[in-house]
Design a protein around this ligand. Sequence first.
Ligand code: NAD
Ligand code: UDP
Length: 360
Amino acid sequence: MNILLTGGAGYIGSHTALALMARGHQLVLVDNFSNSQPEVLKRLSNLSQGMPGSFDFHQLDICDAKALAAVFAAKAAAGQHFDAVIHFAGLKAVGESAREPLKYYQHNVAGTVTLLNVMQQYQVNCLVFSSSATVYGDPQSLPLTEQSPTGPQSVYGRSKFMVEHILADYCAANAAFSAVVLRYFNPVGAHPSGQLGEDPQGIPNNLLPFISQVAVGRREALTVFGNDYPTPDGTGVRDYIHVLDLADGHVRALEQLCNQAGQHLFNLGTGQGYSVLEMVEAFRQVSGHPIPLHFAPRRPGDVSACYADAGKARQQLGWQAQLNLTDMVSDTWRWQQQNPQGYRTANQAVGTAVEENADV
Ligand code: NAD
Ligand code: UDP
């Protein structure tokens, strides 16, 4: 298939690109590098050597309709068309979304509408969308099925939820359109080569990148947000899923559902929850490094526990997470050790450190 990946240089996009090339798909990646580095493209080229698929890249912002349309036009000029779009591009920092809601609605919601308009113009009728378990808000019961009540608690979560509604409305109006909504739980891990991984800019918001930066000596100690939750050890419980399993979920969804019109909605999680302290202990064991930590009050907006019922994806897509906690942690640790400053060179990283200090 010919597939366009928006946000293809990002964490989940890059791993999915590799999985798709391994299956022989021809890709065009677009990204504005607002939260990624051009270095990822070199790594993707190296890792995809010998694979049946290949990729091109265009640096652009999905809110720029002309630039986006030019990519579709170039495909048409070559006598081809995109069979599908996987839409990863978006902003994802919950805290920032509260401070800058318009930026989030612009990139996540208006950007998606711009993309859908261009797809309509070029009659591309399949979109796979990166949604999030955050649309469920504070769960009334666990595990979360696709039918569980929704109620996103943040601007970021609402931006994802709005797009889900937009896709449902567009499917209702365009009988040929297939929208596959994938609600990710907590993606973690890295490519086992150590060449691709998550590279947060500045201070990581997410647990595993923070723990790994403590283990490698980049940060002094982990702050555990809350130890008074109604969970076995009092710390928050989440459904961590290896990014390779997530990538495989995209491949399955795309290959099976792109010709089936309508909206298709799936949780992508393992169904297994781990607490913050269990994650810390797993990382300590795999890395052999101590992970100093201190407890702090709960982080506003955090829920006590969140994990998936992954049955629908298993039954309908034949997809099930294959990798366990040790795989997630050891691949994260390999990536962190081989790339202590992420994709940036040491010089660029000095710049980042100065910015971080300025923020504090
Ligand atoms: P990421 O930031 O690594 O990747 C997103 C990519 O999109 C980045 O490379 C960024 O530069 C690019 N981008 C952002 N806005 C853009 C724009 N306007 N035009 C072009 N490119 C743009 O994030 P990720 O973790 O790979 O997440 C991918 C998607 O999955 C996002 O939509 C995110 O909201 C969603 N998601 C992520 C998680 C998670 O924990 N990582 C969980 C649930 C959902
Ligand atoms: N967490 C923490 N310290 C951190 C980052 C996260 O204690 O520095 C906790 C957080 O409160 C939650 C869990 O780790 O219970 C997962 O948080 P993350 O931000 O990775 O995912 P999300 O909250 O989006 O599910």
